[in-house]
Design a protein around this ligand. Structure first.
Ligand code: AHR
Length: 649
């Protein structure tokens, strides 16, 4: 395995209580200059990549529910006389619908949906089927709905409904699954003779996150909420740019009645030829409203990203001429109104009509994703000028390009300073070595310019096929000591991407993997969770031989204070293959002050290649009480470990 941790040999070796082993002496200065840690520091970034929304977090189980895919029958198997029509539609912006005729000579006619790599069904659980339908000849028609297992078995079970009259109307059927199957199907059969038309055929589990209609998959949403994210960045990523301008994410098309939100191509459907997903489109059923709501449910500050008038610069490179940017800027201004505006405003009213009269409390707005070059700077400047005029209270975030140290990055940072953006979004998808050797990246950053938003990062372990190895998690944990130590300048940080469907992904590694029935939390997930749950609000100076602990002897560390609980929180990574004995002296305590209790939360594995798998999460955080007293903490750290110590003084 290729690893070259920056190992310095300068550390002081002393001999304390530890048997014959050298001891590294670190110090925490309780009285030194204190930097504040943002309460929103550790967040999550959601993008519809890897079937993260449709087929993932969005609980809809039917693919192509509105028959709007360019090929109308993608996801559907028609049987009998079935066609797709668009005359006199039910939904203006999704005009296609299906016509099913049972001519009496065939036994049955209908359609079957395959879901997103199958439909996840659980025995005894309830599912709600809704659809809009009309009987073409006006005669009542009988429909049957069945849940079907991968092998075709339907459990001798089905639910019936009547379609009555020539007008479009909504029908609802509640089904209980007779079996558990990760790759089930939904079958709808016209049982009576005649012709019916149907649209927006939708199947949701009756139980969604917070019990919401048009809601989210419960287990996945819970996994996100368990991270206790401080902020929630959405909906992209490259998704907001689009491969071309006409497929960019337009937030206005993602709000209002869900049935009438137009379909959009998913930018990730064919970008990676080796993982192409030609059936990947965005229903935007989980649109901006739902994402604001999720942020609120999790107690996270919403951080939307919007198009700056540039399509993906790796793809079409299409740009909006500078003098035609007006509508794009207006979209940004209107988004602030949608989130925060009074119900009497145009967009505040739309939000209220969707069920949320209270504002969402938007504070952050990112303009563009991974843009670069003078073309970006010119556009960003125009956006900033107009937004600042009407909303000076919003924190505006600019880009530093797709890479952490290339020529785009070097060009953009000074430009971001010149424009006076509030935060610069940095992305790093690098090998574990880079993360280990960049733990000091922000120690020397200019404190006078914009703050840093570590908007997308993940250690890509090529020795493990870019899987979620323990090595990658350890590298991220080590690097994040540097984010936290520099929390005065690094205000927000998030791993990326968040979700990956095990049978439909394009990008790896991902924080959470899932299939149609299960959720798998990676070691990387637990690193983020450990940071988020043990944040503290003030950085304390922590040193080894008078220097920040940034890889000496394979050790990385930072300390913080939680002034609410009074605890001191130490995060420490031992990335070496040897046990490390460490004495942490706590300087600046009052005469009678000392450690009264110490709790340790840690992850460790001797195998750096190990990965959590479905049903077998081998690397998870463990907890123990540590015996400690006096003014120093003696630790004996296992090789390849990430530990958090919470001390009460
Ligand atoms: O996280 C996956 C992609 O990586 C994001 O969409 C993009 O911003 C970056 O290139």
């Amino acid at each position: 395995m290729k690893r070259s941790f920056a190992i310095l040999t300068l550390s002081v070796f002393c001999h304390y209580a530890f048997a014959q082993e050298p001891v590294h002496v670190m110090n925490i200065d309780m009285k030194g200059q204190v930097k504040t840690i943002s309460p929103e520091m550790y967040g999550i970034f959601f993008e519809d990549i890897n079937f993260g929304a449709d087929g993932g977090l969005y609980a809809e189980l039917v693919k192509n529910r509105s028959f709007e895919f360019p090929n109308s029958f993608v996801g559907w198997t028609p049987f009998g006389l079935v066609s797709v029509e668009d005359e006199d539609p039910c939904f203006e912006r999704n005009p296609h619908y299906v016509r099913i005729t049972n001519d009496g000579r065939r036994l049955r006619a209908g359609i079957q949906n395959e879901g997103f790599r199958g439909i996840g069904l659980e025995a005894g659980k309830e599912y709600r089927l809704t659809a809009y339908a009309r009987a073409v000849d006006g005669k009542p028609a009988t429909l049957k709905a069945e849940l079907v297992a991968a092998d075709g078995y339907n459990g001798d079970y089905g639910v019936y409904a009547q379609v009555e009259g020539r007008e479009w109307h909504k029908i609802t059927m509640n089904l209980t699954s007779p079996f558990t199957d990760c790759h089930g199907k939904l079958r709808i059969i016209l049982e009576s003779q005649g012709t019916i038309e149907m649209d927006h055929i939708s199947l949701f589990p009756a139980q969604t996150w917070k019990g919401r209609e048009n809601g989210l998959r419960k287990d996945l949403a819970q996994a996100l909420a368990d991270l206790r994210p401080g902020f929630f960045r959405f909906p992209g990523g490259c998704i907001i740019e689009g491969n071309s301008l006409d497929t960019r994410y337009e937030w206005k098309k993602s709000v209002g009645p869900v049935e009438n939100r137009p379909l959009n191509e998913n930018r990730w459907n064919h970008v990676f030829k080796h993982r192409a997903a030609p059936d990947y489109f965005q229903s935007t059923g989980m649109g901006f409203y739902e994402m604001f709501l999720l942020a609120e449910d999790m107690g996270a500050a919403p951080l939307p990203v919007i198009s700056c008038g540039m399509a993906c610069q790796f793809e079409s490179k299409e740009v909006v001429p500078l003098d035609e940017l007006g509508p794009y800027i207006q979209d940004a201004v209107d988004l602030i109104e949608f989130a925060n505006g009074d119900v009497s405003t145009t967009w505040g009213k739309v939000r209220a009509e969707m069920g949320h009269p209270e504002p969402f409390g938007l504070k952050y707005l990112a303009i563009g994703n991974e843009q670069w070059g003078p073309g970006y700077v010119e556009r960003l400047e125009k956006f900033m000028k107009e937004i600042r005029k009407v909303h000076p209270e919003i924190t505006l975030i600019g880009s530093s390009g797709p890479f952490p140290e290339d020529e785009h990055f070097k060009y953009l940072w000074p430009e971001m300073k010149r424009l006076g953006v509030d935060m610069v979004d940095e992305h790093y998808y690098m090998e574990p070595d880079w993360f280990f050797s960049n733990a000091d990246r922000y120690d020397s950053y200019d404190r006078k310019g914009p703050k840093v938003f570590a908007g997308e990062f993940a250690a890509h372990d090529y020795t493990n096929d870019r899987g979620n190895s323990f090595l990658s998690a350890l590298a991220e944990a080590a690097f994040m000591t540097g984010l936290e130590r520099n929390a005065d300048i690094v205000r927000l940080a998030t791993y990326a991407p968040l979700l990956g469907h095990a049978e439909a992904w394009q990008w790896s590694p991902d924080l959470i993997w899932f299939n149609n029935l299960e959720v798998l939390k990676t070691a990387n997930y637990y690193v983020q969770k450990m940071y988020s749950e043990n944040r503290g609000n003030e950085v304390l100076e922590m040193t080894l031989d008078g220097k920040a602990v940034t890889g000496q002897e394979g050790l990385y560390a930072t300390a913080a204070r939680d002034s609410k609980t009074g605890e001191t929180i130490i995060k420490i990574v031992n990335a070496s293959d040897a046990r490390k004995n460490i004495r942490i002296g706590i300087d600046g305590l009052k005469k009678r002050q000392g450690i009264t209790s110490c709790r340790r939360i840690y992850m460790q594995s001797d195998d750096l290649n190990v990965m959590n798998t479905f049903g077998n999460e081998t690397v998870t955080p463990q907890e123990e009480q540590v015996e400690a007293s006096g003014k120093a903490l003696d630790l004996s750290l296992e090789p390849y470990s990430f530990s958090i110590y919470r001390l009460t003084l």
